[in-house]
Design a protein around this ligand. Sequence first.
Ligand code: ZN
Length: 490
Amino acid sequence: MEEEIFINATQSGCRIAIAERGLLRDIFIERTHNPGTIGNIYKGKVTRVLPGMGGAFIDIGNERDAFIHTKDVLNSASVIFTKENLKYTRRPIFELLHEGQELLVQVTKEPSGNKSQSVTSNISLASRYLVYMPYSSQVVISQRIEDQKECERLKDAILLILENQDGFIVRTAAENVDIYDIHKDAKLLIDRWSKVLDKSKKAISPSQIYKDLPLPLRVVRDTVCDQTTRIRVDRQETMDSLEGFIAEFIPSKSKILELAVDEEPLFDLHKLEDQISSAIEQRVPLKSGGYLVIEQTEAMTTIDVNTGVFVGRKDHEETIFITNLEAASLIPWQLRLRNIGGVVVIDFIDMENEAYKEQVVRILKKGQQADRVKWNLSQISDFGLVELTRKRDGSSLISVMCEPCECCRGRGFVKTADTVCLEILNEIRRRAGRYKEACLITASELIVDELINSDPNRIDLLSKALGIEIRLRGEASYNQEQFDVIGISI
Ligand SMILES: [Zn+2]
């Protein structure tokens, strides 16, 4: 499938869209003031060992300490400088780490909500064709490479250059690539690792030892493939750095890189802006008239499948089946686009027919194969539920683009004007003793209108009952739930 990469770079950050036949498939966003940290390597210092939580906090120089899980600690006190005895263990954390200990760690997960950044001491370094794992002695070939002969060829190529106990993952992009280029990549990674080690020896903790490539280079490195037909960039500076990078590492793609000099902004021109906006909407329309409702909470994501119109239970099993099928083929795309990780529960419309159920799951599985990250999928339950877990890979799109609603504080609902009016009147009654002559209500325009118009008598009645004057003031900057009542003198 033909793929195009669009890079919109500005002073304040960078957005990269990958589209298949014009359809937005992946979106990567990085803000300059808050760059991603996944892949960065730090020399950190253990601040607290927490056996109850099965891990420890590490100061890596950020505002908040990072967390290392026991399973991510290599079994050595001198992890940083030697390669001996470095194996995964499940020994208790207090045997592995102690407060004040220095440790070389790599970020694996960005912080989210109340959760800290996650780090591991099992460091890996990625290039276009390979991932170098200095502490693992395995050679793993990407499962996407299906040809057995090709797998053998790649494995042999790697075995030639393995040094001691290090290991490699051969990435999908390496398929049918000349051994010379693969070895060049390997050498680059091994060199980079020795630089990391050198730097970490001299560095004091906490400090940053290594920073992954800037987003545009990283995305090009990781996603350009045979199907990529065009890379369009709208900023000269970014264009320059990409030109150098591509010439060195993917020379065959040098001619598809172009600077966009259109009148219209790049993402508008290619109809990406609208697609990005819809990718954070809860409701996703289906062609058949039905729709999905995608709701993300901290614990999990739920996807509700709905038919658009009312259908009778028995007669319309076909309609339901078609809606479910359509949902099953759209959901994998949406999960990828929104970069939703963790537990996902899909609530398909109930179906009696077992064969239909199987087909819906089959379509889901097919979509899963095209994803760049792994899933685990359950069968469809009697209630029409399918549970899956999708490996987390960076932050979800919604958490990059949005923050909890200031107005409803993430509840998803705001109090009705009527509810707020009652709250205001109750507050006045409760605190009536404190108002000597009059009180002033400040609320949003909408609430003030509601207080005056819905039941004009109630302010009057309250005013008489309490023996004070009640004044109103609309404040444009207040949201629907916000109000203040203060005592004033006339
Ligand atoms: Zn809200």
